[in-house]
Write a protein that binds this ligand. Structure first.
Ligand SMILES: Cc1ncc(COP(=O)(O)O)c(C=O)c1O
Length: 373
């Protein structure tokens, strides 16, 4: 949702980039393969309602979130497309899911037993999760699978519409573990096909697998990070011809500008000393917004040029060294581009020794998202 913007600091989400990325990926896939747009965690920090609507317009068939509350938020926004909840949902809340026609993920017989006596207003659609090596949740063995199928057969209100697994290393250059997971998937599929004869979609590929193996026969791909225009890893970036556009950028404005004499200190702990008379600008963003202190030596863009952050990042403010005087209100870009200069999400992720997935997620709700339609 677009929030009121008083402080001049905002994230911009280019919804046209979302459509572009979906179109690029869709063109590379087999025509029968559908897209599940993964919009969990507020669409990786981009804004789940806006991204979900745009993804559906751009050709996604399904949405996936992690929490039932995330799915209900999409329903409240009048989104009627099928939604799959990837995470565990407490058995008592199956009522909410059935009412709102939301598909849940399950893998435990205990979960099925716990809902046996609950009144479900409508039939409940479920996908079964198999753990082929991610080690999070899911059925691992043939015996578990057979028991779960028996329990499913005993409850006529529950409809199994899908089965899926998730890869732990599809984005890595070493394919050994990825292939091991595929092999386990095949073994479980063979058992499953002997004990289940109704039509069910079996899906597995995330962004990395979809981009590296787009021609694999799949009912769906579950597309997260690449929809946002970010590559799952350098390995995938090097080995795909699919070009993506980053949808998220982060901006602020100068709110204070001053000339500081040589030998003065900037910020908490006096960690930065001016080396000469320097122009110092202040922007209104800090660790209280998710722009964390570890970014203290990062760069921002101003007037199409890189300028360094100096001193410790405060809770609400950050100081930068300017190459001269600039007017209050001058735009500062922390992630994104200005003219030919760019600060990619990957650069910020590298600085923080993490993956690009984490960066838009950590820019918190204090920063309003503005949408380019
Ligand atoms: C079960 C599941 N499927 C698909 C995805 C999407 O993965 P990616 O963002 O790498 O495309 C995720 C994301 O973590 C996931 O947990």
């Amino acid at each position: 949702m677009t929030k009121r913007l008083i402080r001049p600091t905002w994230a911009e989400v280019d919804l046209n980039a979302i459509s572009y990325n979906i179109t690029q990926i869709k063109e590379a896939l087999l025509p029968t393969c559908k897209i599940v747009a993964v919009v969990k965690a507020n669409a990786y920090g981009h804004g789940s309602v806006e991204v979900a609507k745009r993804a559906l317009q751009a050709g996604a068939s399904y949405l996936a979130v992690s929490l039932l509350e995330e799915a209900l938020q999409l329903r409240e926004a009048k989104i009627t497309a099928p939604i799959l909840v990837l995470g565990w949902v407490p058995p008592k809340d199956t009522v909410l899911a059935s009412e709102a026609n939301i598909t849940l993920t399950f893998s435990q017989t205990e979960w099925l037993s716990a809902i046996k006596d609950i009144h479900l207003p409508k039939p409940l659609k479920v996908h079964m999760k198999w753990d082929t090596g991610m080690g999070r949740t899911g059925i691992r063995t043939k015996d578990e699978l057979i028991k779960v199928i028996e329990a499913l057969n005993a409850d006529q209100r529950i409809y199994l519409t899908g089965v899926y697994t998730h890869f732990a290393t599809a984005d890595a250059s070493d394919k050994t573990y990825y292939l091991k997971q595929k092999d386990r998937l095949e073994q479980l599929t063979n058992v499953f096909k002997k004990v289940w004869n109704k039509p069910v979609d079996i899906h597995m590929n995330n962004s990395a697998a979809a981009m590296l193996y787009p021609k694999e026969q799949q009912p769906y791909i579950r597309l997260g990070i690449s929809m946002y225009g970010l590559y799952p890893s350098d390995e995938v970036k090097r080995n795909t011809s699919i070009k993506l556009k980053q949808a998220f950028s982060l901006h602020s404005q100068l709110v204070y500008v001053k000339k500081v004499p040589k030998g003065e200190f900037i910020g908490y702990g006096s960690t930065y000393e001016t080396q000469e008379d320097e122009w110092i600008g202040t922007i209104s963003i800090g660790y209280g917004d998710g722009w964390i202190r570890k970014l203290r030596d990062a760069y921002v863009l101003l007037n199409g040029k890189r300028m360094p952050i100096v001193g410790t990042i405060c809770m609400d403010q950050t100081m930068i060294r300017l190459d001269g005087p600039y007017a209050i209100g001058t735009k500062v870009t922390l992630i994104g581009k200005q003219g030919n200069a760019r600060i990619e999400m990957d650069e910020v992720a590298q600085k923080l020794e993490t993956i690009n997935y984490e960066i838009p997620c950590m820019i918190n709700e204090r920063i309003p998202r503005r949408y380019l339609y």
